[in-house]
Design a binder for this molecule. Structure first.
Ligand code: IPM
Ligand code: MG
Length: 358
């Protein structure tokens, strides 16, 4: 079967990092027999410029017709002032919701070669391997009503709605327990049940689902404490499951444990494991077009795509092994540069990964 993969460069550094990842995919096709068909489409600010819509109908149609999607990143100052519905980020949220990609996996894995690159002490982070399971299509990101309106006293009032139904919580809980079962059978659910009813329900439903996974040890933690524990003793966690907004924040935090946000891939999956794969970092307009961005998070997203959507485990491991070898060989982009290491650009880093595929 030929895998149909859609590439969405997006904005800022997007074309550079996806370009590097595309070379890896092409090498897997040409040298290692991966049956692959690639397509490109527009998402984000570039789509606003070209088609007046951050998620053009044509892109959504191609996305629906493909087996997996690789996305760079969207957004930039150029589009920050336009009306809210036309902003690049809205395009991203609409494609996540349009394809029902509710299960977002954000692994934070510290490569041994990068133990010194983290701002935390090596003994705190070395050996770190945790998985954040973030709910991706609900919560305050999508809740209605929302908006900025004139209140009764004439001043403007902004409001959003944090909302979760039982079924939304149940399905992400099942995903998280399933993943915990394949790892170390430890799941920590993150909420703010001491204050917010929505997450009181979250805790109750996760606990109920947990009765079907008696082999997995379930714990609960408030999100403020979780943020603190993540920098204090991150290795106490194995799998964490949380809501859309808490997951957004905690995954940025967790990325810093691994040295750089430029290292973290993600998978966003629907119930059939069809998915979109993207680095968790943004479009970094400040360094766009300068060949300095780290493409490894995007290349590692390709590995996640091969594993979770295309079911090509051997190819996924091949990519991950190549990334490890490149880091062991001392190649570094600027964000992870350390004294004595070989500083390379985006393109060169991508080519080193290609050269180390075995
Ligand atoms: C992420 C990003 C997005 C989010 C933005 C760009 C809409 O921060 O994927 O974590 O908030 O989900
Ligand atoms: Mg984020």
């Amino acid at each position: 079967m030929v895998h149909k993969v859609l590439l969405l460069n997006g904005d800022g550094i997007g074309p550079e990092i996806v370009g590097a990842a595309e070379e890896v995919l092409l090498a897997l096709r040409d040298r290692f027999g991966l049956a692959l068909e690639l397509e490109h489409a527009l998402l984000g600010g570039c789509a606003v410029d070209a088609a007046g819509d951050p998620l053009p109908e044509a892109t959504l149609a191609l996305a629906r017709a493909s087996d997996a999607i690789l996305l760079g990143a969207v957004g930039g100052p150029k589009w920050d002032k336009i009306e809210r519905d036309k902003r690049p980020e809205r395009g991203l949220l609409r494609i996540r919701s349009g394809l029902d990609l509710y299960c977002n996996l954000r692994p934070a894995l510290l490569y041994p070669a990068l133990a010194e690159a983290s701002t935390l002490k090596p003994e705190v982070v070395s050996g770190l391997d945790l998985m954040i399971v973030r709910e991706l299509t609900g919560d305050i990101y999508f809740g209605k009503p929302r908006g900025i309106e004139i209140g009764t006293n004439g001043e403007r009032v902004g409001h959003n709605t944090m909302v979760y139904s039982e079924s939304e919580i149940r399905r992400i809980a099942h995903s998280a327990f399933g993943i915990a079962r394949l790892r170390n059978k430890k799941l920590c659910s993150i909420d703010k049940a001491n204050v917010l009813e929505t997450t009181e329900l979250w805790r109750e439903v996760v606990t109920t689902v947990g009765r079907e996974y008696v082999d997995v040890e379930l714990s609960h933690m408030y999100v403020d404490n979780a943020a603190m524990q993540l920098v204090r003793t991150p290795k106490q966690f194995d799998v964490m499951v949380t809501s859309n907004m808490f997951g957004d924040i905690l995954s940025d935090l967790a990325s810093m444990l691994t040295g750089s946000i430029g290292m973290l891939p993600s998978a966003s999956l629907n119930a059939e494991n069809k998915g979109m794969f993207e680095p968790i970092h943004g479009s970094a307009p400040d360094i766009a077009g300068r060949n300095v961005a780290n493409p490894l998070a995007t290349i590692l997203s390709v590995a996640m795509m091969l594993r979770y959507s295309l079911r090509e485990e051997a190819q996924a491991s091949r990519v991950e092994a190549a990334v490890s070898k490149v880091l062991d060989a001392g190649y570094r982009t600027a964000d992870i540069q350390q004294p004595g290491m070989k500083l390379v650009g985006t393109r060169e880093m991508g080519r080193e990964v290609v050269a180390h595929l075995a």
